[in-house]
Structures are given as C-alpha cells and as structure tokens.
Design a protein around this ligand. Structure first.
Ligand code: FAD
Ligand code: NAI
Length: 508
C-alpha cells in the first residue's frame, strides 16, 4: 500500500512539475503562411466550437501543418462534468472554464480565433458564413442573435476552408413541451448555471422574508428537477448537499421546509447505469429526502407548476424553481447542414462514417461529439474527447500524405531512390488512417452525501461500484485529471478545500 501511494505521489509530482514548466516556458508559435517554404500551399482547417471535441483536437494537433481557424461564440472551454457543482458554490464557475486563447497559446502553430458563430455551411463551395457573437453573453450557439451592427457587414463574413471540423455540440431539448422554454432553467452552459444560482439564492431570501406557513414561502422552496439522467441527478444531489451542509447552519428552520423533487418519465433514473447502481442511487436519494417521482412524464409547464401524466393519471406539481435536463437536440446549424445533404437521413444528429467524415461531404467535412448521431455512442465528453484525439492523428497523417504527393508531383528530377522511399512513406501514412475505435472507460456520477457510483471498464473487466468516501475521492481525482489545464486543477482543488473548511459561498 505504502509503495503504491509513493508511486502515485511521485507520478503526480512529475506530472505537476512538467505542467508547471510548460506554463512558465511557452514555446514560440510558428506564424500562419499561405505556403510552406518548398512552395506547397498550406491548407486551411476551420474548426467550429470550443467544447470537448474541438479542444481535444486542438490540443493534440500539430497546428503548424495547417492554417487553423477556430470559430465559436464562446471564447472559452467549459469543463461540463463539474457544471452542476457551480450553482451551489461547491466549485466556482471561473475554475472550470479555460480561455481559448490560453489553450491556443500552448499550440505549436499560430491559430486564429473568432468569437462568432457559424450560421451556414456551403459544402459545395467549401465556405462557411459566420456572424460575430462579441458582446452577446447569453449566446450559447442558439441562433437568436443578430449581428454586431458596429462591425463591417454587420459582423457577418464568409470564410473558405479546405477541411472543416463541425463540433458545435447540441442544445437542451424541450421536446416542444408547452411552457418549458419560457419557464424552466437549463443546466448546460455557464449562463444557465449563473441563472440557476441567482434564482435559488433569491428564492431562499424571498422565502425567509415571508412568515412560516405562508403558501408562497412553501412554493418558493419547492425545487423541481425534470429529467433523471446524470445531469438531473447530479444537480439534485448537489442542491441537497447545500441544503443539508450549509443552509441548515444559517437558516435551520427554513432549511427543513426546502423540498427537492426529481421527476423522471421512465420507471427508473440513470438508465445508462447497471441496475444495482440505479437501485443504490434511488435508495440513497429517497433517504436524503429527495422526492423521486418516477413514471411521471411532464406534458405542460405553467408559471408555477408542471402538469404531468403518472400511470394514466394527470398530476399537477407546483414549483418555485424548475430545472429542466431531459437531454439534447441538434442545433440550428446542425439541422441546416442535414437539410443540405441528402445522405443526412437521421434527424437526431449528423451522420458520419467510421473516419468521422460527414456523409455527403466526406472529402472535406468531419464532424464529432454531440452534434453527431451514432447508434454506438452516447453523447458524452468521453466520446467527443477521444474523437478529437483521433481526428488530430488522422489530419496529421493526411497532411503527410498530401505533402509526399505534392513532392512527387512537383519534382520531376527526383532520383529513383528517393521516389521509392517517398512512395514507401506514402503508403505507410495512408495505411495509418484507420477507423475510429471508441474505448469506453466507464461512467461515473456524483449522487450526493459524499457518495458516488461508478460503472468501470478496466482492461476488459467490469466493475460496478457505489458508496463513499473512497469512491467519492476517486470521483474527485478522476475529474481533476480530466481538467484540461493546470490552472483549472489548482483552482478546483482550492474551491473544494475552501468549501470544506469555510462552507459554500452563498453570495450572488
Ligand atoms: P460542447 O462541449 O457542447 O461544445 C460545443 C461548442 O460549439 C461550444 O463551444 C459552443 O459554444 C460551440 N458552438 C455552438 N454553436 C456554434 C456555431 N454555430 N458555430 C460555432 N461554434 C458553435 N460527459 C461525460 O463524459 N462525463 C461527464 O461527467 C459529463 N458531465 C456533464 C455534465 C453536464 C451538466 C452536461 C450538460 C454535460 C455533461 N457531459 C458529460 C456531456 C458532455 O459535456 C458533452 O457530451 C460534451 O460537451 C460534448 O462535446 P462537444 O464538443 O460535442 O460539444
Ligand atoms: P439524458 O438524456 O441522459 O437524460 C434525460 C432524462 O430525462 C431521461 O431519463 C428521460 O427519460 C427523461 N425525460 C425526458 N423527457 C421527459 C419528460 N417529459 N418528463 C420527465 N422526464 C423526461 O440527459 P442529461 O442528463 O441531460 O445528459 C445528457 C448527456 O450528457 C447524456 O449523454 C449523459 O450521459 C451525459 N452526461 C454524463 C454525465 C456523467 O457521465 N456523469 C453527467 C451529465 C451528463
């Protein structure tokens, strides 16, 4: 045991020191140029998005091989696995975002970034239309924003590409259920978490202003979460932790009146987990006074209540805050791309082949992450991350293939020996472009009260684990490792220590 602890500490120290060294000694970036020194034209690679898929690609890719342009309405990467910890102040929002300029600053080649959103793609002309998103802080990639009137052409411009990577993620779905968009809060973006935080704290302050027994007070403290997927469960668990560990200290009487309910249409929550882990979580949530409303499908939302069907009966449930987390739907841009290519026959997302090439535009467009649909993959960061890394390797191999082909086509006087060598290299690089293979490491979820569940896949063996505190620490260390920068790791660790010692920050 001691030996393993020593190895782990040594490993962590080396990793930390290396990351620190890289932060303090950034390498000089090679500028973008229209051609390489040998005259070969340098291709333009446009990447849409700054989420899991795009950032994983950008971190792995040798960015000197292409003129890389990144377009996203968000000038930062968001570490979504800890988003549900932020409304209650267990972790600060700033600790789980990483500026895209900092990420791009670590790459070998210069990368251009535009804070804009792609609003259209023309696969035939290899062009995209983008619109500036500067100053629009509610901009989450949904197409409701008008251009910046102060910029030339109202902030709209065309950008040509040789290769395009679409990694625009997805939107929260409402299934077009009436009243959801107008009344519910979501849990997907930074702005969502900020709004939920402000609303919870406001509700608590408003309720404490009203006398005990007042119906309005009761309503304000009724927190309803719809969707028993991992987002809904983790958020409900974090909220209950806050009530039990912090609110109880400040407002002991009021904390007893808080009611958290989790509404799920299916007979159980967390359906991607093993049944034993589902049972464990459901028992824990019930024990922690989270009211589980299973088999309850929401049909309509009004300003103060939801109307749902439960085993054929209609039920009305009042709420003071409604958090909606029923999964994803394709973005407007994704739908536009689908409508342009007849090969795109599924409405759930972009169809791709095994090399992540977009069906109908295989020669120039790749797509990855939540904007795609693949029956074998769940839309997770894990999939998007692995796809990003795979695509970086593929694009590097593709560059080498094209480089050799260019040399062979443009040098008539090459000695035969060199031609043979180049042809050998060419076939080596061509054969290195293989199909993407997803390797599922497992799924983890925090379920509250310092307990977690884990469905792990290690070296082909399955492990179904539940409980705490060991698993809780394992969950924390996995998420720390997954953070994409040293800065994020340091800040998240500091937040956890801070919350543990001083309690969660309850100021807006
Ligand atoms: P995203 O990460 O959503 O990135 C999309 C990017 O595209 C964003 O930068 C966006 O601003 C940008 N964009 C949008 N529209 C446009 C446009 N028109 N033009 C250009 N750019 C655009 N997965 C796990 O594996 N483990 C977890 O623990 C986990 N926890 C999660 C917790 C929460 C609360 C949520 C919401 C999700 C969680 N996920 C988790 C799922 C994971 O976050 C997604 O699967 C992942 O973000 C998908 O990556 P992506 O790159 O496809 O999309
Ligand atoms: P989800 O799709 O996983 O779950 C949504 C839930 O809402 C489902 O259980 C569904 O039955 C329920 N639902 C749908 N319509 C409903 C209605 N009208 N009334 C009541 N319930 C309804 O969505 P979620 O949790 O937002 O996750 C999105 C993706 O992100 C998933 O792929 C998930 O795996 C991933 N994720 C992973 C996490 C982890 O690994 N810890 C954490 C959070 C998200």
């Amino acid at each position: 045991g001691f030996r393993y602890a020593l190895y782990a500490t040594l490993g962590a120290t080396v990793f930390f020191s290396y990351s620190l060294y890289r932060e303090l000694h950034p390498s000089k970036r090679i500028p973008q140029t229209p051609t390489f020194p040998n005259g070969q034209p340098k291709k333009t690679l446009v990447v849409l998005g700054t989420g899991w898929g795009a950032v994983s690609l950008l971190q792995s890719l040798d960015t000197t091989m292409y003129n890389v342009v990144v377009i996203s309405p968000r000038n930062y990467f968001l570490f979504t696995p800890l988003l549900t910890s932020t409304p209650m102040g267990t972790v600060n929002l700033k600790s789980i975002v990483e500026p895209i300029r900092a990420i791009l600053g670590r790459s070998k080649g210069d990368v251009k970034f535009y804070e804009a959103q792609a609003i259209d793609v023309d696969p035939a002309q290899k062009k995209i239309l983008v619109r500036s998103a500067v100053g629009d802080k509610n901009n989450n990639g949904n197409e409701s924003i008008s251009g910046d009137l102060k910029l030339p052409d109202h902030g709209v411009k065309n950008i040509s590409y040789d290769y395009l990577v679409v990694s625009v993620g997805a939107e929260s779905t409402t299934f077009n259920i009436p009243g959801v968009q107008e009344n519910a809060y979501f849990m997907k973006e930074v702005t969502d978490a900020e709004r939920v935080r402000a609303r919870i704290l406001d509700n608590i302050e408003k309720a404490s202003f009203l006398p005990v027994g007042d119906t309005r007070r009761k309503q304000l403290l009724n927190f309803l979460v719809v969707g028993g997927g991992p987002t809904g469960v983790e958020f409900a668990a974090e909220l209950q932790d806050f009530v039990k560990q912090d609110l109880k200290k400040w407002l002991p009487e009021l904390s007893k009146e808080v009611k958290i309910s989790l509404v799920e249409a299916l007979p159980s929550i967390l359906n991607m987990f093993d049944q034993s882990l589902i049972d464990y979580t459901q028992t824990l949530l019930k024990h922690e006074n989270i009211d589980l409303k299973l088999n309850t499908m929401v049909k309509k939302v009004t300003k103060n209540s939801i109307v749902a069907s439960n085993e054929g009966k209609e039920v009305e449930i009042p709420y003071g805050l409604l958090v909606w987390s029923t999964g994803n739907k394709p973005r407007v841009l994704t739908q536009k791309i689908m409508s342009k290519l007849e090969e795109q026959t599924d409405r759930r997302g972009l169809l791709i082949n095994d090399n992540l090439q977009l069906l109908g535009a295989e020669d120039s467009i790749y797509a990855l992450g939540d904007c795609t649909f693949h029956p074998g993959f769940v839309p997770t960061a894990q999939v998007a991350y692995q796809e990003g890394r795979y695509l970086a390797k593929t694009l590097e191999a593709l560059f080498k293939v094209e480089q050799i082909k260019w040399e062979l086509d443009n040098n008539q006087e090459l000695p035969t020996k060199k031609i043979v060598r180049l042809q050998k290299e060419l076939s080596k690089h061509e054969s290195s472009i293989v199909a993407f293979q997803y390797s599922h490491m497992g799924t983890l979820a925090y379920i509250g009260s310092e307990k977690a569940i884990a469905d792990l896949n290690i070296a082909g063996s399955q492990y179904k684990l539940s409980g705490g505190p060991l698993l809780y620490w394992f969950w924390k260390s996995v998420y720390l490792t997954m953070c994409i920068s040293l800065r994020n790791r340091v800040m998240v660790t500091a937040d956890w220590i801070n919350a543990y010692i001083f309690g969660r920050d309850s100021s807006v």
